[in-house]
Design a protein around this ligand. Structure first.
Ligand code: NAG
Ligand code: NAG
Ligand code: NAG
Ligand code: NAG
Ligand code: NAG
Ligand code: NAG
Ligand code: NAG
Length: 751
C-alpha cells in the first residue's frame, strides 16, 4: 500500500491524540474511552441482534460512576410492566449482566455452535436487585495464534457476532491484530525496502501469526495488496465496535523482527540471524532480529507505533512477544533486562502511557533457559505496573507460582485449553474452577485479571462459558450442578438423561488433570499413520460411550435444536474417534502378529465403513464442513488467482502446515471433506501397504510409506476440489445407523 492509500483511509478514522500523562498508576489510566451513551447504545443494538423484538423488554444504560476502583458491575431489576432494567458500569458489564440473567433466569444460551433463545414470555421477574460484579480489572481474550487458526477468513458479520459474544461473556481486553501488515509495509517501504523484499518477508494470510513472531517467512505468500486494504477496513470496524462496548483493544508493537532487506539498507545495524523454528529450515524460517539496543530499533519501533496510533487510535495497551519459541542470544540478566527495557522505552517514546502486554509462554516453553534470574531480569527491565504478563497456560502449568507472582509485575491468569484449533472434546474444568481463586490467594499476588488464550476457537463452547463466568464469581462452582444447568439451558430442556450425559462428560473428557497435557486430539485418526501412534487417553471411554447413548436416546425429539444437533454430532464423532483407536490397535497388533485375516477385518471396518460414516455424519451439520472454511478463504480473493492462493493457504494450515509437512497435522480438523479426501486416503494407503507387506513377507518401512503418503497429503492441498458449504443428509438418521452399528463394538471393547 502506498502512503497515499493509507492517507486516504485517514478521514474515516477517529484519530486520538496521545495524551502525555504521568506514568504513575498506569493500569488505572487504562479505561474505556467511549462515553456512557455510546456504550448503552452498543448493548441495546447487541440485544436487537440477539433477541429481535423482545430486546424492547430490556432497558439498558451505562453509568461508569457505578464502578468502584475500576471494577465492573451490573445491577438488574424488574419493572412492574415486566421489563428488565440493567445498569452497567460499562457496556461489557451491562451485556454480561444481561447474559447472566438470560442464562440463570430464562434458561437461554449463546455459543459458537448455535443459540438457544427460547425466551419465557413474559420475562421472569427479579425480586430485588441482581448484582453481578467482577473482582478482576481485566478479562482478556485470544491467543496471538487465534487470528490465524480461527479468524483468518472472517468477514464483518462473523466478527460482529464474535464481539457480541465477547461482550456477553465479560471480555474487556481483546487483541485487535488485523491490518498490521499494511502498516509494516508502509514503514518498511518508507525506509527503502522494495516490494520483492517485502514479498520475501510476509507469509500468506493463514500464517501471519507466526510471521509476526518471527517464526516464519514468505510461506503461503506473497501477500496480495488487496489483503491489506480488506484487513484494514475490517480492523477499523472491529476497533470501533470493541470500543463502543467499553473494551480495551490490545494493539501490536515492535519486537525486533525485520525483513532481511534491512541489512542491505543498514549494514551497520546489529541484526542477528536466528536458528530455524520448529522443523522448518532457513528457506522459510530463521528470523533476522534487530538488537533492541540498536538506535535503529527505536526508529523502526516508533515509526510503526506512531502509525498504529494514528490509524487505530489507542487505549495504551500493546502486545509484543520477544523470544517466542526462540532462544535469546545470551542468558546474561543484564542483557535480558536491557532488551525488555529497550522494547518498553520504544513504546513510551510514542505513547507515554504505554503498558506492555506480554505472553509468558516463553517461561514454560523453554524452562531450561528461563531460570529465576533470567525471568526476573526480563520482567524487571520494565517498571513494575507497566507490564501485564499473560500466564498463558495457567490452567495446566501456572507460571506465577514459580516466579513469585512474576516478581511483582501484574499478571492475568489464562486458560489456554486449545492447540491448533483442534476439535476434540477436552477440558480442565477442575483447574478452571479452582485455579483463579488460588491465584488470587497466592502470597503477594499481582493478579489483575482472568483470560482465555486458546490457539483456536469454535470448539468445546462449554469450557469457555465456564471460564468466562469465573471472572464474575466469588468462589468456585459446584461443577456437577453447573454441568446440569448448562445442559438444560443449552437445549432448553430439563430432561434428566441429558443432564446425566453432561455430568458424564464433565467427569471424563472435560476433567483432564494431567499437568502440561497437550496430547488431546493427537488421535490416530487425524495423524499420519504409522505403527507407533500414541493411544493414551486421559479419561474413561466408558463414560463417553454412556454419554453418547444418552444423547442418542434423546435425539428424536431434540435433533431439530441446533445446539443439540451439534453436540450429538460432536459426541458421536468423539465416540468414533475412540473406536478408531481400537481398530488402529487391532490393525497394528494383527500386522505384528502376522495375522492377515484380522488385519483385513479391522482395516476394512476402519477404511470402508467407520471413516466414510463419520464423513457422512459431519457433512450433515453446518459446523463441521471443510467447504465453509475454503469458501470463506476464497471469498477474500479479488480474482481467481488470489482465491487459489487463499485456498492453498487454508488447506495447508490444517494439513501439512508447511511445504513439507513441517508441523504436520498440528491444526487438524474433524471436518467433512477433510475426513474423506485426506484422513481416509491416508488410512487406506496404510492398510493396503500393511496387507501388501504381510502378503509378500516384507517389513513395513515407515520412510517409504511417508514418501508415498506425502503424495496424498500434498495432492489434497492442491486438488482445488470444491466441497459443499451447506449441510447434507439427515443427522438423526445417520447418527442412528452409526449408533446401532458401533455402540456394540464400543461395549465389546470395554471388556
Ligand atoms: C450514575 O451513578 C451515580 C452514582 O450511583 C449517580 O449519582 C448518578 O446519578 C448516576 N447517573 C445517572 C445518569 O443515572
Ligand atoms: C529489490 O532490491 C533488491 C536488492 O537491491 C534487488 O535485487 C531487486 O531487484 C529489487 N526489486 C525490485 C522489484 O526493485
Ligand atoms: C529446506 O526446506 C525447503 C522447503 O521445505 C526444501 O525445499 C529444501 O530442500 C530444504 N533445504 C534443505 C537444505 O534441507
Ligand atoms: C548484537 O546483538 C546481539 C544479540 O542481541 C548481542 O548479543 C551482541 O552483543 C550485539 N553486538 C553488539 C556489537 O552490540
Ligand atoms: C510478600 O511481600 C512482603 C512485603 O514486600 C514480604 O515481606 C513477604 O516476604 C512477601 N511474601 C512472600 C511469600 O513472598
Ligand atoms: C476430576 O477428577 C478428579 C480426580 O482425578 C476428581 O477428584 C474430581 O471430582 C473430578 N471432577 C469432576 C467434575 O468429575
Ligand atoms: C427424557 O428423554 C428420554 C429419552 O428421549 C425419554 O424417554 C424420557 O421420557 C424423557 N424424560 C422426561 C422427564 O421428559
Amino acid at each position: 500500500m502506498t502512503a497515499a492509500r493509507v492517507s486516504a483511509l485517514l478521514p474515516l478514522l477517529v484519530v486520538l491524540a496521545v495524551v502525555a500523562a504521568s506514568a504513575d498508576g498506569a493500569l488505572e489510566n487504562i479505561r474505556a474511552t467511549a462515553d456512557d451513551e455510546t456504550q448503552s447504545r452498543a448493548v441495546a443494538e447487541l440485544l436487537r441482534r440477539l433477541l429481535g423484538d423482545r430486546a424492547r423488554e430490556f432497558v439498558v444504560s451505562v453509568n461508569r460512576s457505578l464502578s468502584a476502583g475500576g471494577l465492573d458491575v451490573c445491577e438488574l431489576r424488574s419493572t412492574r410492566n415486566n421489563r428488565v432494567v440493567a445498569v452497567g458500569s460499562s457496556g461489557v458489564a451491562a451485556a454480561t449482566g444481561i447474559y447472566n440473567y438470560l442464562k440463570y433466569f430464562c434458561n437461554c444460551h449463546v455459543s459458537w455452535s448455535g443459540d438457544q433463545l427460547d425466551l419465557p414470555r413474559p420475562l421472569p421477574p427479579l425480586t430485588g436487585v441482581l448484582r453481578i460484579q467482577s473482582p478482576h480489572r481485566f478479562r482478556y481474550y485470544q491467543n496471538v495464534c487465534t487470528s490465524s487458526y480461527s479468524m483468518v477468513w472472517w468477514d464483518w458479520p462473523r466478527w460482529q457476532r464474535e464481539i457480541d459474544w465477547m461482550a456477553l461473556n465479560g471480555i474487556n481486553l481483546p487483541l485487535a491484530f488485523l491490518g498490521q501488515e499494511a502498516l509494516w509495509q508502509e514503514v518498511y517501504m518508507s525506509l527503502g525496502l522494495n516490494q520483492t523484499e517485502l514479498n520475501q518477508f510476509f507469509t500468506g494470510p493463514a500464517f501471519l501469526a507466526w510471521n509476526r513472531m518471527g517464526n516464519l517467512f514468505a510461506w503461503g505468500g506473497p501477500l496480495p495488496q488487496s489483503w491489506h486494504l480488506k484487513q484494514l477496513s475490517l480492523q477499523l470496524k472491529i476497533l470501533d465496535r470493541m470500543r463502543a462496548f467499553g473494551m480495551i483493544p490490545v494493539l501490536p508493537a515492535f519486537a525486533g523482527i525485520v525483513p532481511h532487506g534491512i541489512t542491505r539498507l543498514f549494514p551497520q545495524a546489529n541484526v542477528t540471524k536466528l536458528a530455524p523454528w520448529s522443523r522448518f529450515n532457513c528457506s522459510y524460517s530463521c528470523a533476522y532480529v534487530l538488537d533492541p539496543r540498536d538506535p535503529l530499533f527505536r526508529r523502526i519501533g516508533s515509526m510503526f507505533l506512531t502509525l498504529v496510533v494514528r490509524l487505530f487510535g489507542t487505549d495504551h495497551v500493546y502486545n509484543t512477544d520477544t523470544f517466542n519459541e526462540q532462544t535469546p542470544a545470551s542468558s546474561d540478566p543484564t542483557y535480558l533486562s536491557s532488551i525488555s527495557h529497550a522494547i518498553f522505552t520504544t513504546m513510551t517514546s510514542v505513547d507515554p502511557q504505554a503498558v506492555w502486554l506480554m505472553q509468558a509462554w516463553l517461561f514454560i516453553n523453554e524452562p531450561d533457559f528461563w531460570k529465576p534470574p533470567q525471568v526476573k531480569a526480563l520482567l524487571h527491565g520494565v517498571p513494575l505496573g507497566r507490564m501485564i504478563v499473560l500466564d498463558l497456560f495457567a490452567d495446566s502449568v501456572p507460571a506465577y507460582s514459580f516466579t513469585q507472582s512474576f516478581y511483582g509485575q501484574p499478571f492475568i491468569w489464562c486458560m489456554l485449553h486449545n492447540f491448533g484449533g483442534n476439535r476434540n472434546l477436552f477440558g480442565t474444568v477442575e483447574s478452571v474452577n479452582l485455579g483463579p481463586f488460588e491465584a488470587l490467594r497466592f502470597p503477594n499476588s499481582t493478579l489483575v485479571g482472568l483470560g482465555m488464550a486458546p490457539e483456536g476457537i469454535e470448539q468445546n463452547p462449554v469450557v469457555y462459558e465456564l471460564m468466562s463466568e469465573m471472572a464474575w464469581r466469588k468462589e468456585p462452582v459446584n461443577l456437577v450442578k453447573w454441568a446440569s444447568l448448562y445442559a438444560s439451558r443449552r437445549y432448553g430442556n430439563m430432561n434428566e438423561s441429558l443432564t446425566a450425559a453432561w455430568r458424564l462428560l464433565f467427569r471424563s473428557v472435560y476433567n483432564c488433570t494431567i499437568p502440561g497435557y497437550k496430547n488431546h486430539n493427537r488421535d490416530p485418526l487425524v495423524r499420519r499413520p504409522s505403527l507407533k501412534l500414541k493411544t493414551d487417553v486421559w479419561y474413561d471411554p466408558a463414560d463417553l460411550y454412556e454419554a453418547w447413548k444418552l444423547l442418542f436416546e434423546a435425539a428424536p425429539s431434540l435433533v431439530s435444536v441446533e445446539t443439540f444437533r451439534y453436540d450429538l454430532v460432536d459426541v458421536t464423532r468423539q465416540a468414533l474417534q475412540l473406536l478408531a483407536f481400537e481398530f488402529y490397535k487391532e490393525i497394528r497388533d494383527s500386522f505384528q502378529a502376522q495375522k492377515l485375516p484380522e488385519l483385513l477385518v479391522a482395516g476394512g471396518v476402519l477404511v470402508y465403513d467407520l471413516i466414510p460414516e463419520l464423513d457422512r455424519l459431519l457433512s450433515s451439520d453446518q459446523h463441521f464442513l471443510l467447504g465453509v472454511w475454503l469458501e470463506q478463504a476464497r471469498s477474500f480473493g479479488l480474482d481467481e488467482q488470489e482465491a487459489q492462493l487463499y485456498d492453498i493457504n487454508a488447506r495447508n494450515q490444517i494439513t501439512l502446515w508447511g511445504p513439507d509437512g513441517e508441523i504436520l497435522d498440528y491444526a487438524n480438523k474433524d471436518w467433512a471433506g477433510l475426513m474423506e479426501d485426506y484422513y481416509l486416503q491416508r488410512w487406506g494407503l496404510f492398510v493396503n501397504t500393511l496387507v501388501e507387506c504381510l502378503d509378500r513377507g516384507r517389513p513395513f518401512k515407515q520412510d517409504t510409506f511417508n514418501q508415498a503418503v506425502f503424495q496424498v497429503e500434498n495432492g489434497f492441498v492442491y486438488n482445488q476440489r470444491k466441497y459443499p458449504s451447506k449441510p447434507r443428509g439427515d443427522t438423526y438418521e445417520i447418527a442412528r445407523l452409526i449408533f446401532l452399528k458401533y455402540y456394540p463394538h464400543a461395549l465389546k471393547r470395554l471388556k
